[in-house]
Every structure is written in structure tokens, then in C-alpha cells.
Design a protein around this ligand. Structure first.
Ligand code: BJW
Ligand code: ZN
Length: 262
């Protein structure tokens, strides 16, 4: 498939599409100063970020994994939505203001940073940095505390493990069990309700915007092929060429997405 990089041609498709969806990744938040997972910046201390996003890493060293998530929570709390997040919000508002409303727009994101919280219709498929889940009773709570617990305070500036004992890590207010971030780690199943909602969108999607994702992590990595096989169009927004598409806008998505959705 030879891809177009014409904004005019893209806007024609955008205008005629009835159901538009996105699959976003870490590149969407890169211009806010949040590191991506792979490539440059994909390391935290001496670890690959993806090595820490696993149930086995948490089991082996819950203190280290909590230090990693505490670091990311504190970082995100200092950051703001960038032009790419804003372009998505503006486009959603445009779609919602149509009378009669003859289009739908759904943002599906792998990001857990909450920087797209100004959107009305968003599916956060990998969970949220700002929710906790109890490993004992399963209770899920919103949590924006900074720091999330006293023992983690200041560890975001350290280069070494603090080795916090389990009883001093975040604990459940209901049963005192150890809390974990309410995110989806490798080899964990995604929530079935969320997967159903995503499939409803993919099954009607005429145009999928693939924004700032390396397309290496399933199930999200399969979405563009799924939509393509159904006859939907694909538009990639990335600083790198990440695969087959009808449209490719190579460059920082703060610029390319703003231009494409204006
Ligand atoms: C810019 C930019 C700018 C930079 N502008 N762009 C089928 C085949 C093979 C394996 C599997 C399979 N199905 C499932 C698996 C196993 C596994 C998997 O996919 N493994 C692969 C590595 C092969 N998947 C799972 O385990 C999933 N569970 C599951 O499917 O359960 C059922 C099952 C289990 C086991 C076997 C079979 C079935 C769960 C996946 C959960 C992923 N979790 C994480 C952590 C979340 C919490 C946290 O944030 O800490 O999700 S890992 C990490 O990767 C995070 C991300 O959401 C995800 C995707 O990364 P993303 O967003 O694409 O980031 P990067 O860094 O990779 O890319 C950034 C991109 O931005 C790059 O392209 C840059 O160029 C670009 N960029 N600046 C535009 N300014
Ligand atoms: Zn509990």
C-alpha cells in the first residue's frame, strides 16, 4: 500500500467518515515531557520500563515497582496536555457540535497518564496511574495523592532501590492488603467490558488514527490490521514509519495531528 501524506486528501476522508476512532500510545504524551517505553527514554534508573510492567517484577520486588510508578505519578502531576491532546479535544467538540450529529469519535488509548482527561469519549485500555487496586480484596479506588504514601516520598529523585518493607507500601483502607497500580501489565488480561467496547468501535470504524504507538504490544498492535481488513482507512501519526497505512504523517504529533484535525 503506498501511503499519502496529503492533509487535503486526509481531510476529505475525515469529512466523509461516519465512525472515527484512534489508538494512541506513549508518543502522544512525549511532547508533554513524558518518556516513551521503547527507544530513547525507555529506561528508568537502570531498568527497561517494560521489565517493570509485569506481575513477576511486582511479585519479586514490590518496592522497586512502586518506586517506578510513584516516579511516574509525580512526573505526570507536573506535566500538562500538549497540542496533540488538545487537537483531539477540539476535534471531539467539533464532532459533538454537529447538528444533526452524523459522526462519532472515540479515543482508544494505551496511555495511563490521564492527560486526555478532557475528552468525553475515551477508553483507557491499560488502566490508570491514578487508580489503585488491592491485591487482596480487589477494591479499586481513584488516588491522586502526592506522594501516594510517606515511605515513597523523595524516592523519585533517587537512583537506587529504597527497599521499602511491604507494610510501608500503599495499603488498602478496607483490608490493609498491599495495593498495586490499577494498570494492565504484560501477560495480564484486559478488562472484558473494555475489550467489548473497543470491539464495538473497531467493528464500525471507517477511519482509525494510529497516534504515537510503536504497535508492538497486543492487543492494540492488531487494531489497525483489523480495521484495514474490514475496509476502514488507517492514518499513522508518528515520528517514525511504523507500518502499512493509507496516510502517514511523519513528525511530532503535536504538529501533525493539529494540522490534520484543524
Ligand atoms: C511519537 C512522538 C511524537 C515518540 N509524536 N510519535 C499476540 C502475539 C504475541 C504476544 C502477545 C499476543 N497477544 C498478547 C501477547 C502478550 C503481550 C504482548 O503484546 N507482547 C508483545 C511485546 C509481543 N500482551 C499482553 O500481555 C497483554 N495482555 C493480553 O493480551 O492478555 C491476553 C494474553 C496474554 C498472554 C498471551 C496471549 C494473550 C497486556 C499488555 C499490557 C501492556 N502494558 C504496558 C504497561 C501499562 C502500564 C504502564 O504504563 O506502566 O502498556 S507495556 C507498555 O507498552 C504500555 C504501553 O501502553 C504499551 C505500548 O507502548 P506504546 O504506547 O506503543 O509506546 P512505545 O514506547 O513502544 O512507542 C512510542 C511510539 O511513539 C514510538 O513509535 C515513537 O516513534 C513514537 N513517538 N515521540 C508522535 N512526538
Ligand atoms: Zn483490600
Amino acid at each position: 500500500m503506498s501511503a499519502s501524506s496529503s492533509y487535503e486528501a486526509f481531510q476529505q476522508i475525515l469529512k466523509s467518515a461516519k465512525h472515527i476512532a484512534t489508538i494512541c500510545g506513549a508518543g502522544l504524551s512525549a511532547e508533554s515531557g513524558i518518556p516513551t517505553f521503547r527507544g530513547e527514554g525507555g529506561f528508568w534508573r537502570t531498568f527497561e520500563a517494560t521489565e517493570l510492567a509485569t506481575p513477576s517484577a511486582f511479585k519479586a520486588n514490590p518496592s522497586r515497582v512502586w518506586e517506578f510508578y510513584h516516579y511516574r505519578r509525580e512526573l505526570v502531576l507536573k506535566k500538562q496536555a500538549n497540542n496533540a491532546h488538545k487537537a483531539l479535544v477540539n476535534f471531539e467538540n467539533k464532532v459533538l457540535s454537529q447538528t444533526p450529529q452524523n459522526q462519532t469519535f472515540t479515543v482508544i488509548t494505551q496511555n495511563v497518564d490521564g492527560l486526555s482527561s478532557n475528552l468525553k469519549n475515551i477508553i483507557e485500555m491499560h488502566g490508570s496511574l491514578f487508580r489503585t487496586r488491592c491485591t487482596k480484596c480487589g477494591d479499586i479506588e481513584k488516588n491522586n495523592d502526592s506522594p501516594i504514601c510517606e515511605a515513597l516520598k523523595g524516592t523519585e529523585d533517587s537512583n537506587f532501590d529504597t527497599n521499602i518493607p511491604i507494610e510501608k507500601l500503599p495499603s488498602c483502607t478496607k483490608c490493609q492488603g498491599l495495593l498495586r497500580p490499577d494498570v494492565v501489565w504484560f501477560n495480564e488480561k484486559l478488562d472484558q467490558n473494555i475489550l467489548s467496547k473497543i470491539h464495538e468501535e473497531l467493528d464500525r470504524c471507517d477511519l482509525l488514527l494510529v497516534i504515537g504507538t510503536s504497535g508492538t504490544v497486543y492487543p492494540a498492535a492488531g487494531y489497525s490490521n483489523y480495521v484495514k481488513l474490514r475496509g476502514g482507512k488507517i492514518a499513522i501519526f508518528n515520528i517514525e514509519d511504523t507500518g502499512d497505512a493509507d496516510f502517514k504523517f511523519i513528525g511530532p504529533c503535536g504538529e501533525t495531528l493539529s494540522k490534520a484535525l484543524e
